[in-house]
Design a protein around this ligand. Structure first.
Ligand code: KG4
Length: 337
Protein backbone atom coordinates (compact mmCIF):
# COMPACT_ATOMS: atom_id res chain seq x y z
CA UNK A 1 0.00 0.00 0.00
CA UNK A 2 1.39 3.41 -0.99
CA UNK A 3 0.78 6.43 1.22
CA UNK A 4 1.54 10.00 0.15
CA UNK A 5 2.54 12.02 3.24
CA UNK A 6 2.26 15.81 3.52
CA UNK A 7 3.85 17.84 6.34
CA UNK A 8 3.77 21.61 6.91
CA UNK A 9 3.48 22.08 10.69
CA UNK A 10 6.39 24.51 11.11
CA UNK A 11 9.09 25.64 8.69
CA UNK A 12 9.58 22.60 6.48
CA UNK A 13 7.33 21.92 3.48
CA UNK A 14 7.54 18.20 2.89
CA UNK A 15 6.02 15.39 0.88
CA UNK A 16 6.97 11.72 0.71
CA UNK A 17 5.82 8.34 -0.51
CA UNK A 18 6.06 5.34 1.83
CA UNK A 19 5.13 1.72 1.11
CA UNK A 20 3.36 -0.33 3.79
CA UNK A 21 4.45 2.06 6.54
CA UNK A 22 8.05 0.84 6.41
CA UNK A 23 9.64 1.31 3.00
CA UNK A 24 10.78 4.79 2.01
CA UNK A 25 10.07 5.42 -1.67
CA UNK A 26 10.75 9.19 -1.69
CA UNK A 27 11.25 11.97 0.83
CA UNK A 28 11.33 15.62 -0.29
CA UNK A 29 11.85 18.45 2.21
CA UNK A 30 11.92 22.14 1.30
CA UNK A 31 13.26 23.96 4.33
CA UNK A 32 12.56 27.61 5.07
CA UNK A 33 15.35 28.04 7.61
CA UNK A 34 17.25 30.57 5.46
CA UNK A 35 14.18 32.82 5.36
CA UNK A 36 13.52 32.62 9.11
CA UNK A 37 17.22 32.95 10.01
CA UNK A 38 16.91 36.63 9.11
CA UNK A 39 14.55 37.05 12.08
CA UNK A 40 16.23 34.65 14.52
CA UNK A 41 13.20 32.33 14.65
CA UNK A 42 10.15 31.15 12.74
CA UNK A 43 7.76 33.94 11.66
CA UNK A 44 4.39 32.14 11.40
CA UNK A 45 2.87 34.29 8.65
CA UNK A 46 5.98 33.98 6.49
CA UNK A 47 6.01 30.22 7.10
CA UNK A 48 2.40 29.87 5.86
CA UNK A 49 3.14 31.86 2.70
CA UNK A 50 6.29 29.89 1.97
CA UNK A 51 4.37 26.60 2.40
CA UNK A 52 1.75 27.83 -0.09
CA UNK A 53 4.47 28.54 -2.65
CA UNK A 54 6.32 25.24 -2.17
CA UNK A 55 3.71 22.59 -1.48
CA UNK A 56 2.60 21.81 -5.00
CA UNK A 57 6.12 21.46 -6.38
CA UNK A 58 7.33 19.44 -3.39
CA UNK A 59 4.42 16.98 -3.79
CA UNK A 60 5.03 16.55 -7.52
CA UNK A 61 8.70 15.93 -6.81
CA UNK A 62 7.89 13.31 -4.16
CA UNK A 63 5.61 11.43 -6.56
CA UNK A 64 8.13 11.60 -9.38
CA UNK A 65 11.09 10.56 -7.17
CA UNK A 66 9.04 7.51 -6.08
CA UNK A 67 8.31 6.75 -9.74
CA UNK A 68 4.54 6.91 -9.19
CA UNK A 69 1.55 9.09 -10.05
CA UNK A 70 -1.50 9.94 -7.96
CA UNK A 71 -3.22 6.92 -9.53
CA UNK A 72 -0.82 4.61 -7.67
CA UNK A 73 -1.40 6.26 -4.28
CA UNK A 74 -3.81 4.51 -1.89
CA UNK A 75 -4.26 7.30 0.69
CA UNK A 76 -3.06 10.80 1.56
CA UNK A 77 -1.73 11.29 5.11
CA UNK A 78 -1.43 14.84 6.37
CA UNK A 79 -0.24 16.44 9.62
CA UNK A 80 -3.20 18.23 11.18
CA UNK A 81 -1.80 18.82 14.72
CA UNK A 82 0.09 20.16 16.60
CA UNK A 83 1.97 23.07 15.04
CA UNK A 84 1.65 26.63 13.77
CA UNK A 85 -1.99 26.92 12.82
CA UNK A 86 -1.53 28.81 9.54
CA UNK A 87 1.27 26.49 8.49
CA UNK A 88 -0.80 23.39 9.31
CA UNK A 89 -3.82 24.74 7.44
CA UNK A 90 -1.76 25.22 4.29
CA UNK A 91 -0.77 21.55 4.11
CA UNK A 92 -4.16 20.36 5.28
CA UNK A 93 -6.07 22.43 2.69
CA UNK A 94 -3.76 21.21 -0.06
CA UNK A 95 -4.20 17.58 1.06
CA UNK A 96 -7.98 17.98 1.20
CA UNK A 97 -8.03 19.39 -2.33
CA UNK A 98 -5.84 16.53 -3.55
CA UNK A 99 -8.01 13.93 -1.80
CA UNK A 100 -11.17 15.44 -3.26
CA UNK A 101 -9.83 15.72 -6.81
CA UNK A 102 -8.20 12.27 -6.82
CA UNK A 103 -10.92 10.45 -4.88
CA UNK A 104 -8.30 9.06 -2.45
CA UNK A 105 -8.92 8.73 1.30
CA UNK A 106 -7.55 11.43 3.58
CA UNK A 107 -5.86 10.38 6.86
CA UNK A 108 -5.05 12.92 9.63
CA UNK A 109 -1.75 12.32 11.46
CA UNK A 110 -0.53 13.72 14.78
CA UNK A 111 2.91 15.25 14.24
CA UNK A 112 4.51 13.57 17.29
CA UNK A 113 3.17 10.15 16.28
CA UNK A 114 4.89 10.91 12.99
CA UNK A 115 8.23 11.67 14.66
CA UNK A 116 8.06 8.31 16.40
CA UNK A 117 7.07 6.52 13.17
CA UNK A 118 10.26 7.84 11.53
CA UNK A 119 12.00 5.00 13.33
CA UNK A 120 9.73 2.37 11.65
CA UNK A 121 11.41 3.35 8.37
CA UNK A 122 14.82 2.15 9.55
CA UNK A 123 14.08 -0.51 12.18
CA UNK A 124 12.00 -3.29 10.59
CA UNK A 125 11.71 -5.27 13.83
CA UNK A 126 10.44 -2.33 15.92
CA UNK A 127 6.87 -2.89 17.11
CA UNK A 128 4.79 -1.40 19.93
CA UNK A 129 4.60 -1.49 22.88
CA UNK A 130 7.59 0.71 23.67
CA UNK A 131 8.53 3.82 25.63
CA UNK A 132 8.55 6.85 23.31
CA UNK A 133 10.42 10.05 24.02
CA UNK A 134 9.89 12.80 21.48
CA UNK A 135 12.19 15.82 21.84
CA UNK A 136 11.71 18.40 19.12
CA UNK A 137 11.64 22.10 18.31
CA UNK A 138 8.03 22.54 19.41
CA UNK A 139 7.38 19.60 21.74
CA UNK A 140 8.97 17.50 24.46
CA UNK A 141 6.85 14.52 25.38
CA UNK A 142 7.24 11.20 27.15
CA UNK A 143 4.74 8.48 26.24
CA UNK A 144 4.13 4.77 26.10
CA UNK A 145 3.14 3.55 22.65
CA UNK A 146 0.75 0.74 23.56
CA UNK A 147 0.00 0.14 19.91
CA UNK A 148 0.61 1.90 16.57
CA UNK A 149 -2.36 4.20 17.16
CA UNK A 150 -2.73 4.02 20.94
CA UNK A 151 -0.47 6.26 23.00
CA UNK A 152 -0.47 6.64 26.78
CA UNK A 153 0.60 10.12 27.84
CA UNK A 154 3.23 10.23 30.60
CA UNK A 155 4.72 13.74 30.69
CA UNK A 156 5.14 16.88 28.61
CA UNK A 157 6.83 20.26 28.80
CA UNK A 158 4.99 22.91 30.78
CA UNK A 159 6.66 25.75 28.90
CA UNK A 160 9.37 25.70 26.23
CA UNK A 161 10.28 22.63 24.20
CA UNK A 162 13.89 21.42 24.44
CA UNK A 163 14.63 22.45 20.83
CA UNK A 164 13.23 25.92 21.46
CA UNK A 165 15.59 26.27 24.46
CA UNK A 166 18.53 25.13 22.29
CA UNK A 167 17.64 27.72 19.65
CA UNK A 168 17.18 30.60 22.13
CA UNK A 169 20.45 29.83 23.93
CA UNK A 170 22.24 29.59 20.58
CA UNK A 171 20.80 32.97 19.67
CA UNK A 172 22.15 34.69 22.79
CA UNK A 173 25.56 33.22 21.89
CA UNK A 174 25.30 34.87 18.46
CA UNK A 175 24.78 31.61 16.53
CA UNK A 176 22.42 31.60 13.53
CA UNK A 177 18.91 30.06 13.71
CA UNK A 178 18.31 27.18 14.23
CA UNK A 179 21.27 26.79 16.56
CA UNK A 180 20.69 23.29 17.95
CA UNK A 181 23.24 21.55 15.74
CA UNK A 182 25.87 24.27 16.34
CA UNK A 183 25.30 23.99 20.11
CA UNK A 184 25.83 20.23 19.81
CA UNK A 185 29.26 20.73 18.17
CA UNK A 186 30.30 23.44 20.64
CA UNK A 187 29.22 21.32 23.60
CA UNK A 188 31.62 18.59 22.45
CA UNK A 189 34.62 20.89 22.94
CA UNK A 190 33.38 22.84 25.98
CA UNK A 191 33.68 22.27 29.72
CA UNK A 192 30.29 21.16 31.05
CA UNK A 193 31.37 22.06 34.61
CA UNK A 194 32.17 25.69 33.71
CA UNK A 195 28.68 26.94 34.61
CA UNK A 196 26.05 25.40 36.87
CA UNK A 197 22.66 25.31 35.24
CA UNK A 198 19.94 23.45 37.09
CA UNK A 199 17.36 21.19 35.54
CA UNK A 200 13.79 22.48 35.75
CA UNK A 201 11.13 20.48 37.54
CA UNK A 202 7.40 20.78 38.05
CA UNK A 203 5.89 20.37 41.53
CA UNK A 204 3.59 17.36 41.72
CA UNK A 205 4.28 16.30 38.12
CA UNK A 206 7.57 14.38 38.19
CA UNK A 207 7.38 13.31 34.54
CA UNK A 208 6.77 16.83 33.20
CA UNK A 209 9.57 18.93 31.75
CA UNK A 210 10.37 22.63 32.11
CA UNK A 211 13.04 24.37 30.06
CA UNK A 212 12.05 28.02 30.39
CA UNK A 213 13.93 28.62 33.67
CA UNK A 214 17.03 26.92 32.30
CA UNK A 215 16.87 29.04 29.13
CA UNK A 216 16.48 32.26 31.17
CA UNK A 217 19.34 31.23 33.41
CA UNK A 218 21.63 30.76 30.37
CA UNK A 219 20.59 34.11 28.89
CA UNK A 220 21.15 35.91 32.22
CA UNK A 221 24.53 34.22 32.69
CA UNK A 222 25.67 35.30 29.22
CA UNK A 223 24.53 38.89 29.80
CA UNK A 224 26.14 39.03 33.27
CA UNK A 225 29.45 37.68 31.96
CA UNK A 226 29.38 40.22 29.13
CA UNK A 227 28.72 43.06 31.59
CA UNK A 228 31.73 41.87 33.56
CA UNK A 229 33.79 42.34 30.40
CA UNK A 230 34.03 38.71 29.34
CA UNK A 231 34.70 38.37 25.63
CA UNK A 232 32.27 36.09 23.81
CA UNK A 233 34.95 33.92 22.25
CA UNK A 234 34.76 30.27 21.18
CA UNK A 235 35.83 28.98 24.62
CA UNK A 236 33.07 30.90 26.36
CA UNK A 237 30.46 29.78 23.80
CA UNK A 238 31.60 26.16 24.08
CA UNK A 239 31.52 26.21 27.90
CA UNK A 240 27.99 27.66 27.92
CA UNK A 241 26.84 25.14 25.29
CA UNK A 242 28.36 22.22 27.22
CA UNK A 243 26.93 23.31 30.58
CA UNK A 244 23.49 23.95 29.07
CA UNK A 245 23.49 20.64 27.18
CA UNK A 246 24.42 18.79 30.36
CA UNK A 247 21.36 20.26 32.12
CA UNK A 248 19.04 19.41 29.19
CA UNK A 249 20.34 15.85 28.99
CA UNK A 250 19.94 15.44 32.76
CA UNK A 251 16.37 16.74 32.60
CA UNK A 252 15.40 14.42 29.77
CA UNK A 253 17.19 11.28 30.93
CA UNK A 254 16.03 11.78 34.53
CA UNK A 255 12.39 11.42 33.48
CA UNK A 256 13.17 8.58 31.12
CA UNK A 257 15.00 6.70 33.86
CA UNK A 258 12.05 7.12 36.23
CA UNK A 259 9.72 5.68 33.61
CA UNK A 260 12.05 2.75 32.91
CA UNK A 261 12.04 2.00 36.65
CA UNK A 262 8.25 2.21 36.90
CA UNK A 263 7.03 0.51 33.73
CA UNK A 264 7.11 -2.94 32.17
CA UNK A 265 10.77 -4.04 32.07
CA UNK A 266 10.18 -5.55 28.63
CA UNK A 267 9.62 -2.14 27.03
CA UNK A 268 12.32 -0.89 24.68
CA UNK A 269 12.83 2.83 24.02
CA UNK A 270 12.35 5.07 20.96
CA UNK A 271 13.95 8.52 20.97
CA UNK A 272 12.74 10.85 18.20
CA UNK A 273 12.27 14.49 17.14
CA UNK A 274 14.71 17.15 15.93
CA UNK A 275 16.69 17.17 19.20
CA UNK A 276 17.15 13.38 18.90
CA UNK A 277 19.93 14.43 16.50
CA UNK A 278 21.89 15.69 19.51
CA UNK A 279 24.96 13.50 19.95
CA UNK A 280 25.10 13.99 23.74
CA UNK A 281 21.43 13.08 24.19
CA UNK A 282 21.76 10.06 21.89
CA UNK A 283 24.72 8.77 23.90
CA UNK A 284 23.10 9.40 27.29
CA UNK A 285 19.87 7.63 26.24
CA UNK A 286 21.88 4.72 24.81
CA UNK A 287 23.81 4.38 28.09
CA UNK A 288 20.58 4.55 30.07
CA UNK A 289 18.83 1.96 27.92
CA UNK A 290 21.83 -0.36 28.31
CA UNK A 291 21.82 0.14 32.08
CA UNK A 292 18.23 -1.15 32.18
CA UNK A 293 18.79 -3.91 29.60
CA UNK A 294 16.60 -2.23 26.98
CA UNK A 295 17.20 -1.53 23.33
CA UNK A 296 17.28 2.09 22.17
CA UNK A 297 15.87 2.83 18.72
CA UNK A 298 16.90 6.08 17.05
CA UNK A 299 16.01 7.73 13.76
CA UNK A 300 18.95 8.44 11.42
CA UNK A 301 19.93 12.13 11.48
CA UNK A 302 18.13 12.87 8.21
CA UNK A 303 14.82 11.65 9.66
CA UNK A 304 15.11 13.44 13.05
CA UNK A 305 13.83 16.82 11.83
CA UNK A 306 10.43 17.44 10.26
CA UNK A 307 9.73 15.39 7.15
CA UNK A 308 6.74 13.80 5.45
CA UNK A 309 8.11 10.25 5.31
CA UNK A 310 7.37 9.93 9.02
CA UNK A 311 3.82 11.23 8.40
CA UNK A 312 3.27 8.71 5.61
CA UNK A 313 4.67 5.91 7.81
CA UNK A 314 2.30 6.73 10.66
CA UNK A 315 -0.46 7.43 8.11
CA UNK A 316 -0.27 3.80 7.03
CA UNK A 317 -1.00 2.57 10.57
CA UNK A 318 -3.76 5.17 11.06
CA UNK A 319 -5.29 4.08 7.74
CA UNK A 320 -5.16 0.40 8.74
CA UNK A 321 -6.87 1.35 12.04
CA UNK A 322 -9.70 2.96 10.06
CA UNK A 323 -8.81 6.60 10.74
CA UNK A 324 -10.17 8.91 8.01
CA UNK A 325 -10.64 12.64 7.57
CA UNK A 326 -13.28 14.35 5.47
CA UNK A 327 -13.43 17.82 3.98
CA UNK A 328 -14.43 19.27 7.37
CA UNK A 329 -11.15 18.05 8.93
CA UNK A 330 -9.57 20.87 10.94
CA UNK A 331 -6.04 21.72 12.12
CA UNK A 332 -5.13 22.19 15.80
CA UNK A 333 -2.21 24.15 17.21
CA UNK A 334 -2.14 21.89 20.27
CA UNK A 335 -3.45 18.36 20.67
CA UNK A 336 -2.65 15.45 22.95
CA UNK A 337 -0.92 12.60 21.20
O1 KG4 B 1 11.62 18.09 14.98
P1 KG4 B 1 11.92 19.47 14.51
O2 KG4 B 1 12.25 19.65 13.06
O3 KG4 B 1 10.76 20.45 14.88
C1 KG4 B 1 9.53 20.13 15.46
O4 KG4 B 1 8.88 19.14 15.07
O5 KG4 B 1 9.18 20.88 16.39
O6 KG4 B 1 13.13 19.96 15.41
C2 KG4 B 1 13.84 21.12 15.14
C3 KG4 B 1 14.65 21.42 16.38
C4 KG4 B 1 15.29 22.79 16.34
O7 KG4 B 1 15.02 23.42 17.57
C5 KG4 B 1 16.78 22.47 16.19
O8 KG4 B 1 17.64 23.44 16.74
C6 KG4 B 1 16.86 21.17 16.96
O9 KG4 B 1 15.70 20.46 16.55
N1 KG4 B 1 18.07 20.40 16.63
C7 KG4 B 1 19.02 20.09 17.54
C8 KG4 B 1 20.03 19.39 16.86
N2 KG4 B 1 19.66 19.30 15.54
C9 KG4 B 1 18.45 19.94 15.43
N3 KG4 B 1 19.08 20.35 18.87
C10 KG4 B 1 20.17 19.90 19.53
N4 KG4 B 1 21.19 19.22 18.95
C11 KG4 B 1 21.15 18.94 17.62
N5 KG4 B 1 22.15 18.27 17.04
Amino acid sequence: MLILGIESSCDETAAAVVEDGRILRSNIVATQTDIHALYGGVVPEIASRAHTEAIHGVTEEALSAAGVTMDDIDAIAVTNAPGLIGALLTGLSFAKGLAYSSGKPLVPVHHLRGHIAAVYLVEPELKPPFVALCVSGGNTELMIAEDYTDYRFVGTTRDDAAGEAFDKCARVLGLPYPGGAAMDKLASIGNSEAFRFHEGSVDGAPYDFSFSGLKTSVINTVHTEQQRGRVMDDTFRADIAASFTKAVVKTVTGRLEMLLQNSDPALNVVLSGGVAANSHLRKACKDLAEKYGRKLYLPPLKLCGDNAAMIAAQGYYEYMAGVRGDLSLNAYATKRV
